[in-house]
Design a protein around this ligand. Structure first.
Ligand SMILES: NC(=O)c1ccc[n+]([C@@H]2O[C@H](COP(=O)([O-])OP(=O)(O)OC[C@H]3O[C@@H](n4cnc5c(N)ncnc54)[C@H](OP(=O)(O)O)[C@@H]3O)[C@@H](O)[C@H]2O)c1
Length: 223
C-alpha cells in the first residue's frame, strides 16, 4: 500500500515553487517537482519544458507509472511580459500562453482520472492582474485572466467531488520572474514568497469540507 503523501509542484525551481517545496518537505510530503532545472534537494525532479507538449506528456506518463497517488497539484510555472500593446511579439505570446495557460490545462487534463480517483486538490497560481488591467501587462494579464476563466470551469467539473480547486492570486512578490523578462520593477513593497507559500499551505490544510475557491492577496503598502 502506497501511504506516502505527495504533492506535484509545476515550476518547482521558481521563487514561489521553491518556498512551497521547502514547506511540503517539512511536512513530510514527497514533492514531485516539474521544472527545467533542478529544484532544491529532496525533491523528486522530473525534467519538464512547459512549452513542449511532448515533454509534459513524458512527465505525466512518469507520474502515472511511478507516483499515481498524490494529494495536491500546484501549477506554479509562469513567465512575465511588460510591453505596450503595439509591441507584442508573436513568439513571446506563444511562449507565454504555453507556460501560463496551456501547461496547467494540459497537466490537469492528463491527470484528470487520477485527480478524481485520489480526490486531489488543484491550485492554479494566478495573479491580481486577473481582476484588473495594468498598463504594459496586456499579454501577461490576458494569460492570467484566461487561467482564472479556466479555473472556474475546472471548479464546475469537480464540484461534485471531494477535490478542491483553488485560484490563488497574489499581487507582486519578490521573485526572479521580472528579471527573466528584462522588466525593471521596484520590488521594495512587494510581498515575500515565503509568506505566500505559508498561506497556501494553511489553505490546503483546512478540512476537506472547506474550499477557498478564490483568494486575492493584495500588497499592503501603507507605512
Ligand atoms: N512574482 C510576482 O510578483 C507574481 C505575482 C503574481 C503571480 N505570480 C505567479 O506566481 C508563479 C510563480 O512565479 P515566481 O514569481 O515564483 O517566478 P519564477 O521564480 O520566475 O518562477 C517561475 C517558474 O516557472 C518556470 N518556467 C518558466 N518557463 C518554463 C518552461 N518553459 N518550462 C518549465 N518551467 C518554466 C520557471 O523555470 P525556469 O527557472 O526554468 O525559467 C520557474 O520555475 C507564476 O505563475 C507567476 O505568474 C507571480
Amino acid at each position: 500500500m502506497d501511504n506516502v503523501k505527495r504533492v506535484i509542484i509545476v515550476g518547482a525551481n521558481g521563487t514561489l515553487g521553491t518556498e512551497l517545496c521547502k514547506l511540503f518537505i517539512d511536512k513530510r510530503y514527497e514533492v514531485i517537482g516539474l521544472s527545467r532545472s533542478y529544484p532544491i534537494s529532496d525533491v523528486t525532479w522530473i525534467h519538464t519544458d512547459l512549452t513542449l507538449e511532448g515533454s509534459i506528456e513524458d512527465s505525466l506518463a512518469y507520474i502515472k507509472r511511478e507516483c499515481p497517488k498524490f494529494e495536491h497539484i500546484i501549477n506554479c510555472g509562469g513567465v512575465f511580459s511588460l510591453k505596450p500593446i503595439s509591441k507584442l511579439d508573436y513568439k513571446e505570446m506563444e511562449n507565454l500562453f504555453r507556460v501560463n495557460l496551456m501547461a496547467p490545462m494540459k497537466v490537469v487534463s492528463g491527470l484528470m482520472k487520477l485527480i478524481k480517483k485520489n480526490e486531489a486538490d488543484i491550485v492554479n497560481i494566478g495573479s491580481s492582474i486577473s481582476y484588473k488591467a495594468v498598463d504594459g501587462h496586456s499579454l501577461y494579464g490576458a494569460s492570467k485572466w484566461g487561467l482564472r476563466g479556466y479555473t472556474k470551469h475546472l471548479q464546475l467539473e469537480l464540484e461534485k467531488t471531494k477535490s478542491r480547486v483553488i485560484y490563488f492570486s497574489p499581487a507582486g512578490f519578490k521573485s526572479g520572474l521580472f528579471k527573466k523578462a528584462k522588466a525593471k520593477m521596484d520590488m521594495r513593497t512587494y510581498m515575500d514568497a515565503k509568506d505566500l507559500a505559508g498561506l497556501l499551505l494553511s489553505i490546503l490544510e483546512l478540512p476537506k469540507s472547506m474550499e477557498v475557491s478564490d483568494i486575492l492577496i493584495n500588497r499592503n503598502c501603507k507605512k
